[in-house]
Design a protein around this ligand. Structure first.
Ligand SMILES: O=P(O)(O)OC[C@H]1O[C@H](OP(=O)(O)OP(=O)(O)O)[C@H](O)[C@@H]1O
Ligand SMILES: O=c1cc[nH]c(=O)[nH]1
Length: 173
């Protein structure tokens, strides 16, 4: 696994690489569907679903209520309703997030998904894996591995033209 300097991450090139991986990985999958984690994962999921002709089977999860730090942090200002308009039971769900770090968001998302039904399989796609996991979580599809200094965060942004951009910010407490 080679690590890419976080200042060199080209979000559009990474998106194209992730799309290729996901296309190959979902070929022949049983009842495939795509679910993005609000907010960056949802932008990615919507674009992947459009590019794969799967917009009818694309949903969004807001894991705020399922986070293990919910009691401490409460709800963020921009909480959005979860929206899954297809049958999760028996489906192959591609869970999509922008940045994979501690793994706690993925854990919360899997917990929430099971409230909608029992999927046949869940696969995880992340645009960037920054390592330093705190839970045993691994992505099936990753466009880039990097390391970011403590106290900093990678943030995905989407422009009005739907193009992606990754920036490095100081992490909010
Ligand atoms: O692996 P973890 O340590 O859980 O971190 C990864 C999560 O952190 C970010 O979400 P955040 O909660 O900051 O919300 P956002 O997507 O709206 O920025 C990111 O979008 C991932 O969902
Ligand atoms: O670097 C990070 C870590 C967690 N979540 C992000 O969006 N970026």
């Amino acid at each position: 696994m080679s690590l890419i300097d976080p200042t060199q991450l080209d979000a559009e090139a990474l998106y194209a690489a992730l799309l290729d991986q996901v296309k190959a990985g979902l070929a022949g999958a049983h009842e495939p569907a795509i679910v993005g984690i609000h907010s960056g994962g949802a932008w990615l999921a919507e674009r992947l679903a459009q590019d794969l002709g799967m917009s009818e089977r694309c949903g969004v999860l807001d894991v705020s209520f399922y986070r293990d730090d919910y009691a401490k942090k409460g709800l963020p200002a921009d909480v959005k309703p979860t929206n899954i308009g297809f049958d999760v039971a028996g489906a192959t769900i591609l869970l999509v997030d922008d940045v994979l770090y501690t793994g706690r968001t993925t854990r919360a998302a899997i917990n929430e998904l099971f409230d909608y039904g029992r999927p046949a399989r869940i696969l995880l796609a992340a645009l960037v894996d920054r390592g330093e996991r705190q839970l045993p979580v691994a992505a099936d599809f990753v466009a880039a591995h990097t390391r970011v200094a403590p106290g900093q965060a990678l943030r995905l942004q989407q422009g009005a033209d739907r193009r992606f951009n990754l920036t490095i910010e100081h992490e909010s407490a």
